[in-house]
Design a binder for this molecule. Sequence first.
Ligand code: BG6
Length: 495
Amino acid sequence: MEINIDLSCIMVIFGGTGDLTHRKLMSAIYNLSYQNMLPDNFAIVSIGRRVFTDEEYREQIKKSVSKYSRFPMKDEKWDEIRSKVYYLDFDFKDNDGYIKLKKLLGDLDERYNTHGNRIYYLAVAPEYFEPIVGKLKFHGMNTHKGSKRRIVIEKPFGKDLKSATYLNEKITSAFSEDNIYRIDHYLGKEMIQNIMVIRFANLFFESLWNNKYIDNVQITSSEMVGVESRGGYYESAGALKDMIQNHMFQLLSLIAMEPPVSLHTEDIRDEKIKVFKSIEKVTPEYVMENMVRGQYGRGKIGDKEVVAYREEDKVSPASNIETFVAMKLYIQNYRWVGVPFYIRTGKRLASKSTEIVIQFKSMEKLLYFKEFDNLEPNLLVIKIQPKEGIFFQINGKKQGVENRIIPIQMEFCQNCPLENNSPEAYERLLFEVMKGDSTLFTRWDEVEYSWKFADTISEVWKNKQPNYPNYDSGSWGPKESDELLKRDGKFWWNV
Ligand code: BG6
């Protein structure tokens, strides 16, 4: 692949021994290298608190990459990056560590000809974001004339609007907005990038994409896993902050946005933000009526009995944190007025899937619609994971002498023939940071608006005790989630 942009850089990973680095980042780097997408002028410096030599660290990374990477571990491929991986141990708050780091980076710049370009990747717990940024600034490592200095911040970006604003002020005092890459890994997923293409490169979708033809939109991201080992974090988050404020809001904005004036980053982001601005004001009454929360109890996932959320490790036995959210929203603009957007996400649900269902309006009650009552509506389903593709439901005549009409399904599965070998989200995202393209990252005002929204809901929920657990593991969430749609004469499509 021919890229005419200077990709040379040293990637500095804070949190080099953490799960994210082992599972995702290093595999993404290996996969990029495997496809010859990394520049020769490239090196990685990982920082952690545990003491390892470079060689010991490289061996551990090799093991993790062998386990998690989508491409097989091949020694000749691994050798291309192995010697470019370095490890330093120091406490993220320790000045001496940054002095050591600065010296090493200077030496590596000379060895690899990386021109002082840096990508600082903060794969650490949120409480370290501020101290690391502060130290980088204090040691003059945040900017350098003629070099690119970028910073990548993992989620969660704050825990509410106030903390996010504070964090943002700290980061922007050291890095300019165009050098800040706020990760939302959903934006790295293949089919999420495909949403804009499907919408804006196909006449028959874009012309029907409005309240005249669309009855409702359903955005679901369901998981079968529970909180796993992340009970500590999840107890201060919950599904609203963990999934809705970021991933689900990003999906909503891509589905609902107007066509941007160009494909440039800021033009796209400008349109996304208009969607957030157009969401109907959420009052406490609105929250109580149109937002459902839930927490999983015991149940079965497949054949396996699983424990309730309150029995999970590092979770309070009286926890009132939600593991499920469903809501109805309206977007008050000319395109969408009157169309409900139903959004739901939860853990320990019946299946793992992320998909967007566009349900079209029914035809007038004439001809076939008059004769055959209750014909199914047309559906367009954008499947994001685990299958990636598009599914259509249309009405057609059943083959045979009888005159019967049945729903016909047409399905395009993008990753099925490739045996699920689509690029990992992190592969794409790291590559975009190297290119200096922040389209697939969230701009501050997107974060700001989505926190405002989430904070309003949290505030209302805080004042009203839920009655948990209210759904069984392995189900589709609390019954109120189904009732939310039933009231409107609709139901969730589990396609
Ligand atoms: C993360 C959340 O951002 O997204 C997790 O913190 C969640 O709780 C995960 O499990 C879901 O991501 P994916 O890619 O598996 O849908």
